[in-house]
Design a protein around this ligand. Structure first.
Ligand code: 3PG
Length: 211
């Protein structure tokens, strides 16, 4: 399976913020124990690069990518550390070009038709839709799906256990992104059991419609 097939079959990319790379392996283990070998480690902290390196070395079964990649320098560091995909909150031409050249899947954040056109111009057919809850959620995706039938979306922002199935039921939604199962507070408290529990709950819900 290629990256996008795996992403679709899993249906969910946890959006993770790690203050310290010492949390990286316990976080990966918690997600794996919950049945979800996917993690988007965000470049919102200095620990991102090292965390991606540690997880990709230790858990080859884990699809570990970089999130909140906002510039070329971060894209280079992420890929150098072993990121298997890049996600950005917005559309950055340099990041997109670099990822394509490196052969690494990239999901730029697109929430306007113009941004979607930029992604299409680069040959992309999957984008992050962020912040989904602010930009009209599923209603906007439905509209875009009729205008851009070749494009699929990963809505992120305000997605949780109560609305993820609604999003995933739409064929234009490849997967959702979210942080509810990997909240900062759980990581700070070392409450990895809670992460496993909430991950397992999501995986179970998704299994009803994705496999
Ligand atoms: C992101 O950047 O993808 C979001 O912060 C995730 O949104 P959420 O915290 O509402 O899940």
């Amino acid at each position: 399976m290629n990256f996008f097939e795996i992403l679709e079959s899993r249906g969910l990319a946890p959006v993770v913020k790690l203050k310290s790379s010492s949390s990286a392996l316990p976080l990966a283990e918690a997600l794996l124990a919950g049945g979800l070998p996917v993690a988007e480690i965000t470049f919102r902290t200095d620990a991102a690069e090292e965390s991606i390196r540690l997880i990709s070395r230790e858990y080859s079964e884990m699809l570990v990518g970089a999130g909140t990649v906002v510039n070329l320098e971060q894209a280079k560091r992420a890929i150098g550390a072993g990121a298997k995909f890049l996600v950005s909150p917005g559309y950055n031409q340099k990041v997109v070009e670099y990822a394509i050249e490196a052969g690494i899947p990239v999901l730029p954040g697109c929430c306007t038709p113009t941004e979607i056109l930029s992604a299409m111009e680069m040959g992309l057919n999957v984008v992050k839709f962020f912040p989904a809850n602010v930009f009209g959620g599923l209603n906007t995706i439905k509209t875009y799906a009729s205008v851009f039938p070749s494009i699929r979306f990963m809505p992120t922002g305000g997605v949780g256990i109560d609305n993820l199935l609604e999003y995933l039921a739409h064929p234009a939604v490849i997967a959702v992104g979210g942080s509810w199962m990997v909240k900062d507070s759980y990581i700070d408290e070392g409450n990895f059991g809670k992460i496993t529990e909430l991950t397992r709950q999501a995986v179970k819900a998704i299994a009803n419609i994705r496999k």
